[in-house]
Design a protein around this ligand. Structure first.
Ligand SMILES: Nc1nc2c(ncn2[C@@H]2O[C@H](COP(=O)(O)OP(=O)(O)O)[C@@H](O)[C@H]2O)c(=O)[nH]1
Ligand SMILES: [Mg+2]
Length: 473
C-alpha cells in the first residue's frame, strides 16, 4: 500500500492507533487521579494495571491463513509492501515449507531484523510464546531498508529447509504422516520467524501473521489455539485456479470456521485469489466477470459464509499494477475492494471492541469513582450554598452593625459637643469661683465683718455680721 495506496488503510490503521493511545492516556490519567484521590483498592490497582498492559501491547494483528501456494505471501506483498517496488516476502510456485512468520515493528530495536527460532527447539515442550521472551534462543539477522534486494534475500531465509535423518524428524514431530519411511526428511530450518520492519502501518501497531499450510499449522497447535483467535482479522485464502480443495476445506473447518462463527465473525474475510487465471482474452469481460461471480457464490456456499464476505482478487496482478502504477490493471485485480473492506468494515469494529475491553476492565471503577465524586460534589455544593447564604447574612449583620456604629458615633459627637460647651461653662464658673475665692477678697470681707462685729453689742447683731460675712464669701 505504501507509495501506491489510496490512503484508506493507512487512515483507518491510524485511527485505530489514535483510538488506542487515547484510551491508554485516559486510563493512565484515571490511574494517576485514583492515586491522588486515594480511592483505589488493591484489586482496582491490579485491574487498571492489566488494562494498561493489554492496551500497551495491543497490536492489530491480521492473520493470513490458507493451504500452501494459495498466494498468502503474494497477497501480503501486494497489500502492504508494494511500495518497495519488489516482493518482500518470498512467494514461489510449488510447496513452500515456510515457518509461521510475524511481521511488525519493534520500537525497541534500532535496526530492522529477522529473528529465527531453530526447528530443534521443537524437541522441548516449550511453546514459541515462552521462547519469545528470550532472544538468546533466536538467530538474529539484520535488515538494511536501503537495500531491498539484500533485504529480500535475508528474508528468504524463512523458507529454508534441511534434510535430517528420519529418527531426528520423528523427534521433532515432523516425520511423514503417510506411513512412508524415507532415510532423510526435508524439514523447515526454522520454527518461527519474527520480522521487525520500519513501515508506516507497522509502526502504528499493525502486525501481520503469515502462516504455513495445513500440515505445518497442525504441527504448532499454539497457532490455532492462541495466535489465530487473538488476531483481529483473519484472511482465509483459496485459489480460483483450484477452487475450494479438500485440504482447503479441512483447514477452514479445523482452524477458521470457529472464528467465523464467533460474535465478531466478520473479522474473517475469505479471499478468492488468482482470479487472473480466469481472465481469457478470447472471452468478453462480462463473461469473465460472470465466471468469477459464479465461483465466488460457490466458495461462499461451500464455506457457509455470506457472499459479501468473499473477495475475488488477483494478488499477483495487484502487486504488479501497484509497482508499475498501472491503474487499469489495479482495478482489474480488485485488490482495492478487499483493502477498503478491511479498512472500513473490519478496523472500525475492532476499535469498538478495544473500547469495550477497556470498559470491561475499568468501567466499574470509573462508575464507582464517578458516583463517589458525584456525592462529594453534591456535598461541596451544599456547603457552598450554606456559605453563600451565610455570607449574605454577614452583609446584613455588617450593615446593621455599621448603622449602629454610625448612630453611636453621632451620639458620641453630640455628647462631645455638649461636653465641650459644658466644659467651657464649667471653666468660666471655675474662674468666677476662683476669683470669688481670691484671698484678697476674703481678707477684705473678714476685715469688714470684724469691724461690724466690734460695733455690734448684741448677740443678734453678732450673728447678723457673721451671716453677712459668709454670704459675702
Ligand atoms: N496467477 C496467479 N498466481 C499467483 C497469484 N498469487 C500468487 N500466485 C502464485 O502462487 C504461488 C504461491 O504463492 P505464495 O504467495 O507463495 O503462496 P503461499 O504459499 O500461500 O504464501 C506463486 O507461484 C505465486 O506467484 C495470483 O493472484 N495469480
Ligand atoms: Mg507463503
Amino acid at each position: 500500500m505504501a507509495g501506491a495506496g489510496d490512503g484508506t488503510l493507512e487512515r483507518e490503521v491510524g485511527a485505530y492507533a489514535a483510538s488506542r493511545s487515547g484510551l491508554l492516556e485516559g486510563v493512565q490519567a484515571f490511574q494517576a487521579w485514583l492515586e491522588d484521590f486515594g480511592e483505589a483498592s488493591a484489586e482496582d490497582d491490579l485491574r487498571l494495571y492489566e488494562t494498561l498492559e493489554a492496551l500497551r501491547h495491543d497490536r492489530l494483528t491480521v492473520a493470513f491463513v490458507a493451504e500452501f501456494s494459495r498466494g498468502k505471501s503474494e497477497l501480503i506483498n501486494a497489500i502492504f509492501f508494494a511500495g518497495h517496488g519488489r516482493r518482500l516476502l518470498p512467494s514461489q510456485a510449488g510447496r513452500t515449507t515456510m515457518c509461521p512468520t510475524e511481521i511488525f515493528h519493534d520500537a525497541e530495536s534500532e535496526r530492522p531484523y529477522v529473528r529465527l527460532l531453530p526447528i530443534e527447539t521443537r524437541r522441548t515442550d516449550i511453546p514459541v510464546s515462552e521462547y519469545r521472551r528470550d532472544p538468546i534462543h533466536w538467530v538474529t539477522l539484520y535488515l538494511d531498508p536501503a537495500d531491498p534486494e539484500g533485504m529480500a534475500e535475508t528474508i528468504a531465509e524463512i523458507v529454508r529447509t534441511k534434510h535430517v535423518p528420519l529418527a531426528q524428524a520423528r523427534e521433532l514431530g515432523l516425520a511423514p504422516q503417510d506411513g512412508s519411511a524415507p532415510e532423510t526428511v526435508e524439514v523447515p530450518k526454522w520454527r518461527h520467524a519474527l520480522i521487525s520492519f520500519p513501515h508506516p502501518l507497522l509502526e502504528q501497531g499493525l502486525a501481520i501473521l503469515d502462516t504455513p499450510g495445513l500440515n505445518a499449522i497442525g504441527a504448532e497447535p499454539e497457532l490455532t489455539l492462541n495466535a489465530l483467535p487473538a488476531a483481529q482479522a483473519v484472511l482465509f485464502v483459496v485459489g480460483a485456479d483450484t477452487g475450494v480443495t479438500r485440504s482447503d476445506l479441512e483447514m477452514w473447518n479445523e482452524h477458521v470456521a470457529r472464528l467465523a462463527r464467533r460474535g465478531d465473525g466478520q473479522g474473517v474475510i475469505v479471499v478468492l485469489n488468482k482470479i487472473d487465471t480466469l481472465w481469457d482474452e478470447l472471452r468478453s469481460r462480462e463473461e469473465v466477470e460472470a465466471a468469477i461471480e459464479r465461483q465466488r457464490q460457490e466458495v461462499a456456499g461451500i464455506l457457509g459464509v455470506d457472499v459479501a464476505q468473499v473477495f475475488p482478487v488477483s494478488a499477483q496482478k495487484g502487486l504488479v499494477a501497484k509497482v508499475r502504477g498501472d491503474e487499469a490493471l489495479l482495478a482489474r485485480s480488485r485488490l482495492r475492494a478487499l483493502e477498503r473492506h478491511f479498512a472500513e468494515a473490519v478496523l472500525p469494529r475492532k476499535r469498538a471492541i478495544l473500547r469495550e475491553a477497556v470498559h470491561r476492565g475499568v468501567g466499574d471503577q470509573l462508575d464507582n469513582a464517578r458516583s463517589v465524586v458525584g456525592g462529594r460534589l453534591e456535598q461541596a455544593r451544599a456547603q457552598l450554598n450554606e456559605l453563600r447564604s451565610l455570607s449574605g447574612k454577614n452583609v446584613a449583620v455588617l450593615e446593621d452593625l455599621l448603622k449602629k456604629a454610625r448612630a453611636e458615633q453621632a451620639t458620641y459627637l453630640r455628647h462631645l459637643q455638649s461636653y465641650q460647651s459644658s466644659k467651657r461653662l464649667l471653666q468660666k464658673q471655675a474662674r468666677e469661683l476662683l476669683a470669688a475665692l481670691s484671698l484678697e477678697r476674703i481678707d477684705r470681707r473678714i476685715h469688714a465683718a470684724r469691724v461690724e462685729m466690734a460695733k455690734s453689742w448684741t448677740t443678734a447683731g453678732l450673728k447678723r455680721s457673721m451671716r453677712t460675712l459668709f454670704d459675702g464669701l
